[in-house]
Design a protein around this ligand. Structure first.
Ligand code: ADE
Length: 254
């Protein structure tokens, strides 16, 4: 899968992309992350990418020309606006902005099905609205708070999407057990030693009985989700047995 990132701060990206799972995924050709500097697509002496807002007010606004030129020159005619306005292409052109739909695991799964996506990182007080209206096809926020730009949100999106791609995670079960993947928070994990400062690893995990272990993990995931994120329980895909277990917990959590 290919990520085309457009930013005014390309230097932000390498350190994160050159570590751990994303580094290995890139080395193995499972993902490609191409970072493009919007400033390279300016034509004036000062490489201007922002200007004051029409109508007055504080802050600066990202100019339309360098953004259109950058995306069109990398993506070719695909990104060129059609008479209908939006680009004629199935490649999502995603603006990272606090005004977007709030990112979650199901959006990550949806994006992981595309072979190529464009991520446009906003900076300054905002972007010229013509970029949003005539170039961008989707807007994503990583939460209801305001950051100084879309670079961290873009890295978060790349990370969440990449780990869903085949063979990116070393473990053959992949991201299946991750929190949120099954609509539940993940069960607790333990490793050696079996006892630390008097705190013991739950007996069942040392039993070698995988049927019992699976059941315990499922119940822990259900209990945790009910306690920490009751909103998720309402949307989760639950079996009859799960529902019975949740019923048995209710007096405890209410
Ligand atoms: N840019 C600034 N804040 C943001 C947020 N919360 N999500 C995505 N992009 C942003």
């Amino acid at each position: 899968m290919q990520f085309e990132v457009f930013t005014l701060l390309p230097e932000v990206f390498p350190s994160y992309l050159e570590t751990s799972i994303l580094k290995r995924a890139r080395e193995r050709g499972l993902i490609h992350v191409n970072v493009h500097n919007i400033r390279d697509y300016t034509h004036d002496k000062h490489h201007t990418t922002d200007d004051t807002p029409y109508g007055g007010g504080g802050g600066m606004v990202m100019k339309p020309e360098p953004v259109f030129e950058a995306i069109e020159s990398v993506m070719g005619r695909l990104a060129a606006p059609q008479p209908t306005g939006k680009p004629d292409s199935n490649i999502p052109i995603i603006l990272l902005t606090p005004q977007g739909r709030v990112f979650n695991q199901s959006i990550a799964t949806e994006l992981s099905k595309h072979p190529r996506i464009v991520l446009l990182c906003g900076r300054y007080e905002g972007i010229d609205e013509r970029i949003r209206e005539n170039l961008v096809t989707d807007e994503i926020s990583i939460g209801d708070y305001v950051l100084t730009g879309g670079e961290l949100p873009a890295l978060i999106l790349i990370d969440a999407v990449a780990r869903l791609l085949p063979n990116v995670l070393g473990d053959p079960t992949g991201a299946e057990d991750d929190s949120h993947a099954m609509g539940l928070l993940e069960y607790p994990h333990y490793t050696r030693p079996p006892e630390y400062r008097g705190w013991k690893v739950p007996e069942v995990l040392l039993s070698g009985d995988h049927g019992k272990i699976d059941k315990w993990r499922r119940q822990q995931a259900l209990e945790r989700t009910l306690r920490k994120r009751p909103d998720m329980i309402e949307k989760a895909d639950l079996s009859k047995e799960d529902l019975k277990f949740i019923e048995s917990l209710k007096p405890k959590v209410d």
